[in-house]
Every structure is written in C-alpha cells, then in structure tokens.
Write a protein that binds this ligand. Sequence first.
Ligand code: ZN
Length: 108
Amino acid sequence: MEHHDLLAGLVRLHVLHHAAEHEIYGQWMIDELAHHGYRLSPGTLYPMLHSMERKGYLTSREEYQGSTRRRLYRATDFGREGLAVAKRQLRELTGEAMNDGTCTSKQR
Ligand SMILES: [Zn+2]
C-alpha cells in the first residue's frame, strides 16, 4: 500500500468500524477495502489484524467449512471505545481539512 504509514491508521479504523457491526474475515475485509480504494495484500492485512487483536481491539474465533479454516474477527468493547474516540478526532480533522482549511481549534 502506497503511503502505508499515513493510511494504516485509517485502514485500522475501517476494520474496526466493520468489526463493530458484524464478524469479518481477512478476504472479505480486503475486498471491502478495495471498494474504498485501498489495495492491501493479505501479507499486509493479516499482520494488521493480528496486532489489533494483540492490542485488545479485536477478538477472533476460527471457523471450519469442510477442510478450509478461516478466522473471524469482532471488535471488543475496548475496540468500540477506541473507534468512538478516533471518530471524534476524524470529525475534527475532516472539519478542518475538508472545509476552508482554517484551524478550528479553540485554543488559539
Ligand atoms: Zn467499508
């Protein structure tokens, strides 16, 4: 993914957003992100999912369909909380970056 460092946070939020609504799995998430213009390989997304689980944002379970196994992820309460905080900040940034560029901070 180009500009990985900048976009990785947005991708994580996108993952959390969907994982808060329903269970997701890797390939579904890759397809979903592709619709939004993110081209992620499994080699990028899977480590991201694993680290989000390690940090407590996601929880997972394995599901077997015949001989194929897939891991399904859901957002934890901690993940939902993080998403809510990030959405507030995203709204803040969107207000500033997408409008006239004027800093809306009350501190100045
Ligand atoms: Zn989406």
